[in-house]
Design a protein around this ligand. Structure first.
Ligand code: AHM
Ligand code: MG
Length: 429
């Protein structure tokens, strides 16, 4: 739709054709179609009105695409005008993206309530984390979880937030959490119980009191028939046992996984099996908006990320690998917060690992709700996730809180490690 704009309603100066970021306290909010504007050829800027008459007084950053179009009339040509097309590109919200996915991949449509509920819980958790110091939510709860770890106040609170959000979808049959001793059956209250979710509501919470990045990690799998009904004559505990067994699925069965990073910005990275999309929480509108479409981990990076304090206890292969990275000029970065470390690896490339060692042969990270969702995202972004000997997504869990060595990142960087492992196995015959 063409819409000539008069200079008095201008709100942003855009230098000629191209895509430009603009900021305005008077963004005309209702531009739905590209607008056409005319300007004098010699003018240094096109003054673009981002919409029609109604001014809305919000402070919004926008992105304007401007392209030069052919002139239409002899009059315009005679006066040396330039005709431009200006369109305001507002990023897609998570809600709009979910609707788009329902059309493009109908088989994923029933995931929509779970994604929306997770995003809502993420916003609530982001707010709790940001205000933890002010609201006296730092420090310990005074309880110990089944893994013998002291729970932080926010571990307990964020577990409730995420649990309630997912429960309210009516879609969840069972949930497993780092902060729950056993999987929790929601069958009695679910309408369908089609899905199983496993999550760590606030990973890296030991960093909280120092205001360092933390994150929520989650994975979603489909329930099997048995979990939905159970034998007619089964009592509750038998059915719960069946649901528990259903929870112990390999990461290859995930239908959705993601994390929410609480850091200098709040970022929701998500995959429903068609690549990885990243959404940033826009505090101006309180919505996640698509800022990282189709994330691909770089083929190779320049960073390795391990807790090197454990290196004396690593196997010789890993020690040799890290030595080779130092020789190649790689940098070391390690936050000690899985979501932050994996997010940096996804964006910049390189390798992150929490390997097994002499003291802890299976490392520290939990398969079901830490390694598997991260491995799913990494593979969906073109990366690799392995124990060093086995693909993470192929491991069938025996226990809800089982730990596994975890190494992931850029395909070329992880392949280098796998080659050394294969070489050392061949030498041993
Ligand atoms: P948590 O789930 O109890 O928060 O522990 C997991 C965290 C991860 O975020 C991080 O990768 C790892 O522990 C760091 O461990 P370490 O301090 O041994 O390096
Ligand atoms: Mg954790």
């Amino acid at each position: 739709m063409r819409q000539p704009i008069e200079p008095p309603s201008t709100i942003a100066a855009v230098p000629a054709a191209g895509t430009h970021d603009v900021c305005s306290t008077h963004l005309l909010a209702d531009l739905k179609e590209p607008a056409t504007i005319f300007m004098a050829k010699q003018a240094p800027h096109a003054f673009v009105s981002l919409g029609a008459p109604k001014l809305r007084s919000t402070n919004i950053w926008g992105r304007v695409s401007v392209s030069v179009l052919p002139l239409e009339t002899r009059h315009q040509r005679r006066f040396g005008a330039v005709r431009l097309r200006a369109a305001l590109d507002l990023p897609m919200t998570l809600g709009q993206w979910v609707l788009q996915q329902e059309r493009q991949h109908p088989e994923t449509a029933d995931l929509a309530p779970l994604i929306t509920a997770t995003a809502t819980a993420g916003k609530q958790i982001a707010s709790l984390v940001a205000r933890a110091g002010v609201s006296n939510l730092t420090g310990l709860q005074g309880s110990v979880n089944v893994q013998g770890e002291e729970q932080k106040k926010l571990d307990v609170l964020t577990n409730e937030v995420l649990k309630n959000a997912l429960r309210s979808t009516g879609k969840l049959g069972v949930l497993a959490s780092e902060e729950e001793n056993e999987p929790v059956s929601l069958m009695e209250e679910a309408y369908t119980g089609d899905f199983i979710a496993a999550f760590d509501p606030l990973d890296g919470s030991s960093n909280l009191d120092a205001a360092i990045a933390t994150g929520t990690i989650f994975g979603v799998m489909r329930s099997g028939e048995h979990c939905l009904t159970g034998p007619e004559d089964a009592d509750i505990s038998q059915r719960q046992m069946q649901c528990l067994v259903q929870t112990l699925q390999p990461g290859a069965n995930l239908v959705a996984a993601g994390y929410i990073l609480y850091s200098s910005s709040v970022i929701f990275m998500l995959s429903i099996g068609h690549g990885v999309q990243g959404f940033s929480l826009d505090p101006a509108i309180g919505e996640f908006v698509l800022t990282h479409p189709d994330v691909r981990v770089p083929e190779r990076g320049k960073i390795y990320s391990f807790n090197e304090a454990n290196s004396d206890n690593w196997d010789p292969v890993l020690q040799e690998y890290i030595r080779s990275m130092k020789k190649k000029g790689y940098s070391s970065r390690y936050i000690g917060s899985l979501v932050g470390d994996v997010h940096r690896t996804l964006i910049y490339g390189g390798v992150f690992g929490y390997p097994g060692d002499k003291k802890n042969p299976n490392g520290k990270l939990r398969l079901l709700y830490e390694c598997a969702p991260m491995a799913y995202l990494m593979e969906q972004a073109g990366g690799i996730a392995t124990t060093g000997k086995q693909r993470i997504l192929d491991i069938v869990p025996r226990d809800v809180h089982q730990r596994e060595p975890f190494i992931c990142g850029s395909p070329r960087d992880v392949e280098d490690l796998l080659k050394i492992y294969q070489g050392s196995m061949a030498m041993r015959g």
